[in-house]
Design a protein around this ligand. Structure first.
Ligand code: ACM
Length: 683
């Protein structure tokens, strides 16, 4: 009896503590909810579906409900009787109940409970934002069988792990029109992200209309900027989705565009600056010893602050190498007089003045992790971006800053512009095994994916953000224990299609680029190459920052390719399986890929000459030859010395970049070559 009790107790403990996720579940939920029980009580979706809302000020939920009904109707093809929420609460079969309006701050409660029963659905939340998070979950529960569409039966209790789950979009390097931002806000809300960090200014552009300093947007923005009305429109659009908007005005470095407009605030007297067209870290820097600089910033921030109602205001602060400060004698004298030993100390002096200005405007200062110096007050929020190299997260600045008393937001590990795999981002666990006190833990607000836009245009940006950012959204919303990569990839595949359904262009635009490259010839052979090639990673595409300018074409083969190239992922997985334990099933899969690549060169050669296609010829040809050698080698289990030598030569050619992409199956091909050398080489 005693033993039985202990077993029961252990079972109960396991159930309660929980493996955070049932890996046998086939649901396409992302982010995975905190608690979920799957039941057999499906709710059939038919034309009678209807929504009622109970709660004060229903604007957000009303809006979300209409969107929900449209998306549901479009997904299922069902003509609904009621296209809008009902006034008569009793009649509805989806009931949404919430207590209060969220004020859109980090204090907001986003929790909800969702019960899908056979005959009705109950969605309860404390705030309206919690309710709209729950509506997204419900939409993700749509499924179908031969009898029609239904919502999966579930009982869900959900709330986020972190309060700050953001996406930063850099609109300075490449301006992103309003519709790009709106569709990305929709996508963010669909995976429960709640912060849009708007990187509005940099060396390559100043993107907000300023009525006080109009040269900022006219000269500094080349006329590509958001009017103040457009800013309000985006802030309002985001608010409806429960998304906060944090503006970033990057100073004192990354300020070329500001100085192109108003050189008098720069650190080189009499200099003429012009808006930067290349990428990298540049010298133009605001002059921190002039009163006029602070008057300018106070006026500018006073004009901007009311446009952005959020309490947090990002001042950048990154990558100021201080060259122009070092070259300015007055600045050197000032440093001595004020006991400021380093440029870092001088920048802290500057930051503290900015913090006072922002405090007067009711704002909290936030900056990239360079702003963390011994003298920087802990009222600043530190945005951690460095430290990935040193071993994440221990060497990163997130934990350091948190332990030093700052509130923190993490972006190291979430640099989606580096074109790394989804797995890399998904496993960038913010806290890991680091021991934190309760207070320290509370100071880690969350994280942000960063979409720097040196190499993206409105046409390609979605494919660099999605679907990987959905996996980052899960890392920030779901429990740390929700970390199974295969399961995430299973769900992400469906989520990616649903993001396209929502208006993202990340899948379809790739074919448009390939069609453009061939002047609208048959692209099937290019698609086969595209599915095994990935853009060069980290910042090796655009060496020295000068290969591409802001006005260069981004309609090249590399722009049609993405990380986690689909066929490459499949092939690489199968090669590992085969080499671990040679088996017929894996071999058949490998051979079928090799056959496709072998034949592909023939189709590729049919494309009429075009310079953008021609640069891929060596890739196509050598891949075909490698495949042609490997097929009989692995079928007949032998290879002659001469053939082996040409195989090695072919592979060597495939190791170099083609049109700024790398062949994502190269390691696997090398492994197969090594294996054939050991096992099949005959002299
Ligand atoms: C940064 O990536 N310079 C914040």
């Amino acid at each position: 009896m005693k033993t039985n009790n202990s077993i029961l107790f252990i079972l109960l403990f396991i159930l309660l503590k929980g493996n955070a996720q049932d890996l046998n579940s086939t649901l396409y939920l992302m982010p995975w909810p905190k608690e979920i029980k799957e039941t057999s009580s499906k709710f059939n979706i038919d034309r009678n579906i209807s929504i009622s809302i109970s709660g004060n000020n229903q604007d957000r939920v009303h809006n979300a409900s209409i969107n929900f009904l449209r998306r549901l109707s479009n997904r299922t093809g069902i003509f609904l009787n009621q296209g809008f929420p009902l006034v008569d609460n009793a009649a509805a079969n989806i009931k949404i109940i919430f207590d209060k309006n969220a004020d859109l701050s980090i204090e907001d409660d986003e929790s909800y409970t969702l019960n899908v029963y056979q005959n009705n659905i109950l969605l309860n939340a404390i705030t309206d934002i919690g309710a709209i998070r729950g509506l997204e979950t419900l939409l993700q529960l749509t499924n179908f069988n031969e009898n029609g569409y239904y919502f999966e039966g579930v009982s869900i209790k959900d709330s986020p792990r972190f309060v700050w789950r953001g996406l930063m979009i850099d609109v300075a390097r490449h301006f992103q029109p309003i519709e790009v931002l709106k569709r990305n806000l929709d996508a963010m809300a669909s995976v429960k992200m709640n912060v849009f960090h708007w990187h509005l200014t940099d060396d390559q552009g100043f993107r907000v209309e300023s009525k006080i300093y109009p040269k900022l947007h006219k000269i500094g923005g080349d006329g590509l900027y958001y009017t103040q009305e457009q800013i309000k429109d985006i802030v309002n659009y985001a608010s409806n989705l429960g998304i906060r908007v944090i503006p970033e005005f990057d100073v004192p470095g990354h300020a070329t565009a500001i100085l192109a407009a108003y050189p008098e605030f720069g650190s080189v007297d009499g200099a003429k600056y012009s808006v930067e067209r290349n990428s990298g870290v540049f010298d133009p820097t605001l002059n921190p010893i002039k009163d006029e600089t602070y008057t300018f910033l106070e006026n500018l921030f006073s004009e901007m602050a009311p446009l952005f109602p959020d309490e947090y205001f990002h001042i950048g602060g990154d990558e100021n190498e201080g060259k122009h400060w070092n070259e300015n004698e007055d600045i050197q004298v000032f440093k001595k007089e004020h006991g400021l030993k380093t440029n870092h100390d001088l920048q802290t002096y500057f930051n503290i003045k900015l913090e006072r200005i922002l405090n007067k405007l009711g704002k909290k200062l936030m900056g990239w992790d360079e702003i963390m110096t011994p003298n920087m007050p802990t009222t600043a929020v530190i945005h951690s971006w460095r430290g990935e190299k040193e071993g994440f997260p221990k060497g990163g600045t997130l934990i350091d800053a948190t332990k030093n008393g700052y509130s923190t937001v993490l972006s190291a590990g979430f640099y989606i512009d580096r074109m790394l795999s989804v797995e890399h981002h998904y496993t960038s666990e913010p806290i890991g095994d680091v021991k934190l006190t309760k207070e320290e833990r509370a100071r880690i607000l969350g994280g942000e994916a960063t979409m720097w836009s040196e190499l993206v245009t409105p046409f390609t940006i979605d494919s660099r953000i999605w679907p990987r950012t959905a996996a980052i959204a899960e890392r920030l919303w779901s429990k740390k224990e929700v970390n199974n990569i295969e399961n995430m990839k299973y769900r992400l595949k469906e989520v990616s299609f649903r993001l396209e359904e929502l208006g993202m262009t990340h899948i379809k635009n790739s074919d448009v680029i390939l069609r453009g490259m061939t002047n609208n010839q048959d692209i099937s052979s290019l698609k086969i190459l595209r599915n095994i090639c990935e853009p060069l990673k980290i910042y090796s595409r655009n060496k020295g920052g000068t290969e591409y300018q802001t006005y260069s074409p981004f309609t090249l083969f590399a722009d049609a390719c993405i990380n986690d190239a689909e066929d490459a992922v499949m092939f690489n997985t199968e090669v590992i399986k085969y080499l671990n334990a040679p088996n017929k099933k894996s071999l058949d899969i490998l051979l079928s890929h090799l056959n496709i690549w072998n034949k592909n060169h023939n189709a590729f050669s049919q494309i009429k000459d075009n310079p953008n296609v021609k640069i891929l010829e060596e890739l196509s040809k050598n891949l075909s030859e490698v495949s042609q050698i490997l097929i009989p080698t692995f079928s007949n289990k032998k290879i002659s010395r001469d053939t082996f030598t040409s195989l090695q030569e072919n592979i060597k050619i495939l190791s170099k970049p083609f049109s700024d992409t790398e062949l994502a199956i190269l390691n696997s091909l090398n492994k197969l070559v090594e294996y054939s050398k050991t096992n099949y080489l005959v002299n």
